[in-house]
Design a protein around this ligand. Structure first.
Ligand code: DP6
Length: 349
């Protein structure tokens, strides 16, 4: 017999960035972070997990490719879910798995990203959130989403925020065992649904410095990182929570842009410096900044993760449409600086 479960998780975009760990093994961050989870139709991972007494070992396929499961992060997630597994009974199939049997059974995992292959966007957040959620479903894990988020965190830090939709805060926590380093939902997906997120794909190449090694270098060498984590972020998180609660786009945009810029300043403050953005990214920032200044109030927010692609957030469809027009004017298709635009709401194009 084979028992299966399938789940889907979207990726999330941080508006207050996570950058730096205080514990590498447990993936515990040096500051709180806040993100918005995308709509699952656009950038998400879909995972099917299966269990059968005939499987000789745990195996995983990512986008159809056999991948090794020896990495500590996969093993940590699997172990934590197995620990919480419960009895499962499927009367129709005549399957009964006792709690204690899960340790002896192996799983097969098949995961797909619906990220356009050209996008070069991080997929580990959606991938680990989906893996943990779906394994939990298969093994009848009854723990709440907070607990699941702390398991997903051990796969990839940012993954803990993808357990929820809407706006999510990853509370850094204080405990050494990571038990209070969990994600909480600040507002659900319906709370601010006028927002439109546009991702301008600047480069589809894989980033040269992974987030994991980049933030390790920053922790070791950047004096700005400590200052940011201890002095700037705590205050910014409070203001961001307030902006989200009251749907105050002006405040939301100012905080989002400032935090993205400070994260990249920390990267520059790292030795040797890390450059995630390129000239095209910088031109997009100038375009948005000029537009925001000419109107006297923010029309668009921008944020960049560990790569050159721009995530642009508009308060409504009118601004999103204007933004696309401006981008097309500055980056005509023949120039190829921008390979594509991905729009959260397809009807805009
Ligand atoms: C810039 O979650 O990919 O996107 O925990 O080492 O897997 P690991 O790193 P990861 O880092 C994400 C960094 C970021 C900011 C963010 O998402 O908060």
């Amino acid at each position: 017999w084979v028992l299966m479960a399938t789940g889907r998780s979207p990726t999330n975009i941080a508006v207050i960035k996570y950058w730096g760990k205080r514990d590498e093994a447990l993936i515990l961050p040096v500051n709180d972070s806040i993100s918005v989870t995308l709509d699952p139709d656009h950038l998400s991972a879909t995972t099917t997990v299966a269990v059968s007494p005939s499987f000789p070992s745990d195996r995983m396929w990512l986008n159809g490719k056999d991948i090794s499961l020896s990495g500590g992060r996969f093993q940590n997630c699997l172990r934590e879910i197995r620990k919480r597994a419960r009895d499962v009974e499927d009367e129709k199939k005549g399957i009964r798995i006792k709690k204690e049997d899960w340790d002896k059974l192996h799983v097969h995992i098949a995961s797909y990203n619906n990220f356009p292959t050209a996008a070069g966007l991080a997929s580990s957040a959606a991938g680990f959130a989906c893996l943990v959620f779906t394994l939990g479903k298969l093994m009848n894990v009854k723990e709440d989403y907070g607990e699941l988020s702390s398991i997903a965190r051990q796969g990839s830090g940012s993954a803990c925020r993808s357990i929820y939709g809407g706006f999510v805060k990853w509370c850094m926590g204080k405990n050494n065992d990571g038990s209070d380093s969990i994600a909480v939902q600040l507002a659900d997906e319906a709370h601010w649904n006028d927002l439109v997120i546009i991702i301008a794909v600047v480069s589809s190449k894989q980033k040269e410095t992974s987030s994991t090694s980049g933030m390790r270098d920053s922790v070791e060498t950047s004096p700005l990182l400590q200052y940011r984590a201890q002095t700037i972020v705590p205050n910014r998180v409070l203001k961001m929570e307030e902006a989200i609660k009251s749907r105050n786009f002006e405040s939301f945009a100012r905080l989002t842009c400032a935090d993205s810029n400070q994260f990249h300043a920390v990267c520059m403050d790292t030795s040797p410096p890390i450059f995630y953005m390129n000239d095209t990214s910088h031109r997009i920032i100038s375009l948005v900044e000029k537009w925001n200044q000419s109107e006297g109030t923010p029309q668009i927010a921008y944020t960049f993760d560990a790569g050159p692609n721009a995530v642009l957030i508009a308060p409504n469809r009118k601004n999103a449409t204007l933004l696309l027009q401006k981008l097309l004017y500055c980056f005509p298709p023949q120039h190829n600086d921008l390979s594509s635009y991905m729009v959260g709401d397809k009807s805009i194009l």
